[in-house]
Design a binder for this molecule. Structure first.
Ligand code: CDP
Length: 238
């Protein structure tokens, strides 16, 4: 579906539970690209701290730990539990633990530490260098791969995002409280947007997709149109 000059690195950013992961995953599958959800890396650093009994607010200890993190992210390869990928921490499958409310509660602080970001961005750029990748996060278009030829910023209203996350949690068989999820989403968005290093914001040349009233297939249809139009720069000129 892509043309001669189609981008080989696609950057997708957006706030919590905005549908960016669903869109990125579907797009990567369609293109035969690698899918990398960078949020899982910050979540893994957070979980590693919790497992090691390190206070997630302890910047020095968490930074040191993230540098030596034995982290592998692999294709889901046949796991029939709805996962998009498998995350191994010290060789253990922690894919679902990364989504726990405990990790949700601490991940924004961990991801605000400059040395944690430096280490994760280094790993992310190594992967981007290989090309044919859809990378999803908060700072991909602004910091990690600012020269990505196509940058998308996917957003939706906080209420719709909270409802989608609530449905996800229920589908996974967990207790879920809509009001708590909405509060967590608002808290993380606020924290991620206000932090000093790599705050959440659209790149100047990002294409913004508000999917409050769009289903995943409609979002993908829009992205396909952008891919055909070429780079973000060219899209702006259309
Ligand atoms: O899935 P959800 O949108 O709730 O979160 P996520 O994408 O897994 O990201 C979890 C947290 O990691 C975010 O709230 C950010 O604090 C942080 N993050 C970041 O700082 N930079 C990224 N590139 C990706 C995630």
């Amino acid at each position: 579906m892509t043309g001669e000059h189609s981008p080989t690195v696609i950057a997708i950013d957006g706030p919590a539970a905005s549908g960016k992961s669903t869109a990125g995953y579907m797009l990567a599958r369609e293109l035969g690209f690698l899918y990398l959800d960078t949020g899982s890396m910050y979540r893994a650093a957070t979980l590693a701290a919790l497992i090691a009994g390190i206070d997630p607010d302890n910047e020095a200890a968490v930074s040191a730990l993230s540098r030596d993190l034995d982290l592998q992210i692999k294709p889901a390869s046949g796991a029939a539990d709805g996962r998009q990928y498998t995350v191994l921490l010290d060789g253990d499958d922690v894919t679902w633990e990364l989504r726990s409310p405990d990790v949700d509660a601490h991940v924004s602080v961990v991801s605000s530490f400059p040395r944690v970001r430096e280490e994760m961005v280094r790993r992310q750029r190594e992967i981007a260098r290989m090309g044919s990748v859809v990378m999803v996060g908060r700072d991909i278009g602004t910091v990690v791969i600012p020269d990505a030829p196509l940058k998308l910023y996917i957003t939706a209203s906080p209420e719709v995002r909270a409802r989608r996350r609530w449905l996800d949690r229920k589908a996974q068989g967990h207790e879920a409280d809509y009001a708590e999820i909405l509060a967590d989403i608002n808290r993380r968005d606020e924290f991620d947007s206000r932090r000093k290093h790599s705050p959440l914001r659209p790149a100047e040349d990002a294409v913004i997709i508000d999917n409050t009233d769009l289903d995943p297939e409609e979002v993908l249809t829009k992205i396909r149109a952008f891919l055909h139009a070429g780079s973000s720069e060219e899209i702006k000129e259309v």
